[in-house]
Design a protein around this ligand. Sequence first.
Ligand code: ZN
Ligand code: ZN
Length: 460
Amino acid sequence: MRGCFPAPAVISGAGSSTMTQIVLGGRRKKDPFELPVCSSTSTCFALLIHKEHNQQSQIQRQRQRRRECVWLSERRKWKGGRSVGVALQVQQQQCTYESREDKEWVVVNFYHFVFIKDAEAEVAKHLSFLEGRDIRGRIYVNQQGINAQYSGPLRDALAYVEWLRGDERFSDILVQISAALNGHAFPKLKLRYKPSLVQLEGGISHLPLLDPSMRATPLTPSEWRKRLEAVNTTTEASNKDLKTNQILLDVRNGYEWDIGHFNGARRPDVDCFRSTSFGLFQPEVIAADPLENVDKEKTDILMYCTGGIRCDVYSTILRQQGFQNLYTLKGGVSHYLENEGPVQWVGNLFVFDSRLSLPPPAYKPEAITKPNRHEVSKNNTFAQCYICSLQVCELRHRNCANLDCNLLYLCCMNCVKDLRGCCCLECTGAPRLRPVLPGFQRYKKWHTYRDTISQSKLTT
Ligand SMILES: [Zn+2]
Ligand SMILES: [Zn+2]
């Protein structure tokens, strides 16, 4: 699959039995280590902390305490800012704390541009921290910074964030968290040095990413919302100037735009924002670009992508081309949906992990308590079948059944049936054909189909 940047934010509530309370933050009245004691199971997290507490030296204990408090307050924040003061209640008789931390699976995304002198050594440090922790995903590091998307049990996923934030170079990273379906959203962990933090034709190492003045001005979700509302909801006459002086640009791939985007966002007819080549270098691409013939000094260019990194990269390219007024949506669409909800947004958000498509409410912290938190949006009137152009009933892509094509496309159920899960007639005759996926799951590795397919060929 092309590209590699997913998205953000939900965590379920903590347990709510009436036993021991841990009081957090500045208002802490008692040492948390005196309280969360559980005798029901040897694997109880609270008990583990307690045991460790007794074994560790004073300095280690302070460090541990600080980490736990940050971890818990962070968790509370992600739960939607509820329960200020009293944060967690731990059940004594039947401790579910440990099991909950292991059952809640999340997908975490963040990136940060910062000079890393010895990137290989940095990678080694991260690998060593993650040893024994259940983290899978893509984490890339180089001299320009870090780009990470991974899944894991809540505890391991957050431990990595906190560890990283302990380093002042990464202390202010903006992290997006969303619920995983059930288990990992990535097949394995790829943590390594990579020359380009995002895919772009020609690489990005030559771009001045570390210089904030060369990047666009980040707008907060609420500032972004106001800008969009001003253009999209005022009357024709009064917003004429706004409309001509502002371009809303979707800096993502065509297949991402197809299942959801901001009202009024533009993207070229051709896929010039493909993750492999969204630069505007080829003449034929420039011809179809919405930035062609715009006044570089007077026009405000508002850009957005899933998590923000592609906009930051793209804005340095535009800056070098002389565009003066560049703005990006801070934290991307995921951060926006988490804070503002789906205002001015239509459809779902494409994500680059096994979930593929998430409805806007998946980013609201309270959404996790609903049983169908991953139900796809019903507002799909704009989305068309790639084959017959009729409206699709699910805002979720499927891959072409022909392994050697593997095109990601939206398809109605009739066409799925007619073309046996393929994107075109030609693909239905391809040698490496996989079975039609019944739902909207992802295909597994080829060998899982190869053996059964050759078996059935032998028996027929
Ligand atoms: Zn169709
Ligand atoms: Zn195909």
